[in-house]
Write a protein that binds this ligand. Structure first.
Ligand code: C2E
Ligand code: MG
Ligand code: MG
Ligand code: MG
Length: 282
């Protein structure tokens, strides 16, 4: 696991780990070739407003289709793309594809959706990020207010001043920002109040045991309370059961996302869902 194997751990590598490193290099090379061959695609998971059941947005999630191995999920390759630096090119591709897709849905007559794109640390820290975002918006013709970037707490805390500056520039362009996986990183609550963000996203690890775990219920309801006191919206990810949904609803969570509503879908399937009647009861 690249994430656990921090950069400083290389000095401890053993013969067995050597194999892993080789495997890793092999996968990195595979990623580069896959990018050239355009073997990536995006799927889109709806986000629903709790009160009305209306789909107001969706999150773009990357998939790698390897002809031999089938579909590979991002947890397996995003950390590697981060490490190798390929995330900058890959992330730009995601951003542009998502913006063009969202614009295409609007052009097809669907009600405008807010599209969320994940931005990982190295991609966020890269010099040209703000320009890349501006270019993706200009080239696709998508209004900035329909774009949201999901960033993580850890990313912001790595270089707070720089992150604040960048977030400010994106906000000024009209792009929204949210904190993904909230509660899992080192959150500095004092820093949180200065972030120009609009939404906190409760990590799915706190959602899983709602209705069964007092601890997770306390965390989820505290995050909702915190978000509202800071005048932010709050969304729960990974909502799979009616029990979880009703806990979140009773505790004032604004939005939800998860298999209970829908799995991530190919673009044409999401369009179908959007053009059909609202099947989701509030
Ligand atoms: P994330 O941004 O926190 O995305 C939520 C993950 O939860 C997604 O996994 C989604 O498919 C999954 N999920 C959604 N609803 C449910 C549910 O009800 N139950 C469960 N168990 N899982 C659910 P996915 O697509 O495998 O993505 C994993 C992570 O990879 C993402 O976590 C994000 O950090 C990263 N990622 C995905 N796409 C991109 C991308 O385009 N760029 C970057 N930089 N990172 C990405
Ligand atoms: Mg996300
Ligand atoms: Mg998340
Ligand atoms: Mg996550």
């Amino acid at each position: 696991r690249a994430k656990e194997l921090g950069k400083n751990n290389y000095q401890f590598y053993t013969r067995e780990m050597n194999v892993n490193i080789e495997e890793k290099l092999h996968l990195m090379e595979g990623l580069r070739i896959a990018f050239e061959r355009q073997q990536f695609h995006l799927v889109y998971q709806p986000k629903v407003e709790m009160r009305t059941g209306r789909i107001f947005g969706c999150e773009a999630l990357i998939r790698w289709h390897d002809p031999a191995r089938g579909v590979i999920g991002p947890d397996r390759f995003i950390p590697l793309a981060e490490e190798s630096g390929m995330i900058v090119a890959l992330g730009e591709w995601v951003l542009r594809t998502a913006c063009f897709q969202n614009r295409a849905w609007q052009d097809a007559g669907l009600a405008p959706l807010c599209i969320s794109v994940n931005v990982s640390p190295r991609q966020f820290e890269e010099q040209g990020l703000v320009d890349r975002v501006a270019r993706a918006l200009a080239d696709s013709g998508m209004d900035p207010r329909w774009l949201e970037l999901e960033v993580t707490e850890g990313l912001i805390m790595r270089d707070l001043a720089q992150a604040l500056d960048k977030m400010g520039q994106l906000r000024a362009m009209g792009v929204s920002l949210s904190i993904d996986d909230f509660g899992t990183g080192y959150s500095s609550l004092s820093a949180l109040k200065s972030f120009p963000i609009s939404t906190l996203k409760i990590d799915k690890s706190f959602v899983r045991d709602l209705g069964r775990s007092d601890g997770d219920e306390a965390i989820a309801s505290s995050i909702i309370g915190l978000a509202h006191r800071l005048k932010l919206r709050v969304i729960a990810e990974g909502v799979e059961t009616e029990q979880q949904r009703s806990f979140l609803s009773e505790n004032g969570c604004d939005e939800l996302q998860g298999y209970l509503i829908s799995r991530p879908l190919p673009p044409e399937r999401l369009a179908l869902m959007l053009s059909g009647p609202d099947l989701i009861a509030a």
